[in-house]
Design a protein around this ligand. Structure first.
Ligand code: SAH
Length: 485
């Protein structure tokens, strides 16, 4: 017997092992010691000074380039001491860098630093480093650090170049303004959601007009917009798409970033929850269509109650929320309770499946109409009020959601009602996911093939002459590259 499930809280997803922990070191006004004069030394001194450090450089035989550094810093300060380092030079340092040619000298330096509790880096000697430098994209106060943990420096450089191209220079001014306004915003806006609203509006403006420096007028307008925005909780029905994370919309991403609580279905791919705000509560409200489900009334009540307590609730549904998702009932429940509700569409399973096998669902000659049908009624049986005339129509593409239990009955009846038995028909299991599989056949023989395959996971049935192209192409799967136009 399938007892109804209760919504249950799920733990955070997706913390994978980290090769290194990126942390950002504040060196403003702090003393840093660099010893040695190898080729990497001059740049490191400039970099440390640029971060606001006071850099004491110890090098017995400084080259010309290193000598020029103290006069060429953009911030902080560099002082060159033309002598060998001694252990007491490390007293009171916040950070130390060994830049000497000689390995033994460097080992001694690292040991002296560690003995004083000073974190240390050794240029070109990863085995001696407590911390390592990454590639940097600098829009200070916005700073991006990139590491491949020594695995692929060229890869890291290419990533850096891409990020450089993505981040307009003007972000410097916008993030700077955010820093200057932060205190006032915290003092004036009290709720988390409200403050977040302000920062989101500011970020939107920055992305829209990156090359314009923000002004006090921007501040006033952003504040006025935020204060005028409706307060309190709300519900957003969000389409998670069929599985592939890259099919999430930007709006869906934003809703996930904003959510206090996420109520999600079994069919939502777990990777998608990785895009939620880390502090968000995630609750599985289990409606898979196959196993036991939570009662719809319980889900509605929970959603409304959370929103009324001031939470931003995301109701995350597979595919598009408005396609076979009982969204109507959830929207109605919110409206009746006076809770603001909005919908963020998603890529529905039919669209995901069609795209990943490269078939057109419509065709000028073969399919002038497209219909989405459910293979399930309330009891899980074939609905008896299906329009069989429409299902037997040879000039339509039919997509059947939840087809597994009733596939044979549906196809047999469609053929009995006049659909040509040779009509191409296919089932896509786990559309857009790494374990996607496709079974192809005809209206007459597909059920047999599906039974024989024992395919697992969510599946969608597609029937119609327009799919013939996909069937013909069965032997040569449409590669991602071929589709990536
Ligand atoms: N709102 C969803 C549909 C929910 S009904 C959407 O727009 O896609 C659940 C049914 O959707 C499943 O029984 C299955 O038929 C289909 N489905 C959802 N995700 C799927 C996937 N990745 N591959 C194949 N079918 C899927």
């Amino acid at each position: 017997m399938n007892l109804p499930r209760q919504p249950r809280e799920t733990r955070g997803h997706g913390l994978e092992p980290l090769a290194v922990l990126p942390v950002f070191l504040d060196l403003k006004g702090k003393r840093v010691v660099l010893a040695g004069n190898n080729a990497g030394a001059p740049w490191k001194v400039k970099l440390l000074a640029a971060a606001g450090a006071h850099v004491d450089v110890y090098a017995a035989e400084a080259g010309e380039e290193l000598r020029a550094v103290p006069g060429a810093t953009v911030a902080g300060q560099a002082v060159l001491h033309e002598r060998a380092w001694t252990a007491t030079d490390l007293d009171g340092a916040a950070f130390a860098i060994g830049a000497m040619e000689d390995e033994d000298d460097c080992v001694a330096f690292v040991a002296a630093a560690r003995a004083r509790g000073v974190i240390v880096n050794a240029v070109d000697r990863p085995h001696l480093c407590d911390v390592k430098f990454g590639a940097i994209v600098n829009r200070s106060p916005l700073v991006v650090g990139i590491s491949t943990e020594g695995a692929a420096p060229v890869f890291g450089q290419t990533v850096r170049a891409r990020i450089e191209a993505m981040l307009p220079q003007g972000f410097k001014a916008w993030v700077g303004a955010a820093r200057d306004w932060r205190e006032t915003v915290t003092a004036r806006l009290h709720g988390f959601a409200e403050r977040r609203g302000f920062w989101e509006r500011l970020t939107d403006r920055a992305f829209a007009e990156p090359d314009r420096a923000p002004t006090e007028t921007d501040f006033a307008e952003l504040m006025a917009e935020t204060e005028a925005a409706p307060k309190g909780g709300a519900v957003t029905l969000v389409g998670a798409g069929p599985g592939d994370v890259e099919l999430l919309t930007l709006k869906a991403l934003r809703a996930l970033r904003n959510a206090d609580v996420i109520l999600y279905d079994d069919l939502v791919a777990p990777e998608i929850l990785d895009y939620a705000r880390r502090e968000a509560r995630t609750m599985l409200v289990g409606k898979s269509g196959y196993g036991p489900s939570c009662r719809q009334d319980d889900i509605n009540a929970l959603m409304v109650q959370l929103a009324k307590s001031g939470k931003q609730v995301v109701r995350l549904k597979s595919g598009d929320p408005l396609v076979f998702g009982r969204a109507g009932e959830e929207i109605e429940a919110c409206r009746l309770a006076g809770v603001p509700v909005r919908v963020v569409p998603g890529v529905t399973a039919a669209q995901g499946a069609a795209a990943s096998i490269g078939v057109s669902l419509t065709h000028r000659d073969a399919a002038r109409r497209l219909q989405y049908v459910t293979g399930h009624d309330r009891r899980g049986a074939l609905p008896d009020d299906l329009n069989w005339g429409a299902l037997a129509d040879g000039s339509v593409t039919t997509v059947v959601y939840m087809p597994k239990k009733t596939l044979r009955g549906l196809l047999d009846r469609a053929v009995a009602e006049g659909l040509a038995p040779t009509t191409p028909a296919l089932v896509v299991f786990n559309a857009t996911r790494p374990n996607q599989t496709v079974l192809r056949g005809t209206a007459a023989d597909l059920a047999e093939r599906v039974d024989a395959s024992g395919g697992q996971g969510p599946a969608i049935l597609m029937v119609g002459e327009a799919l013939a192209l996909g069937v013909a192409a069965a032997e040569t799967p449409v590669s991602e590259a071929a589709l990536a136009v």
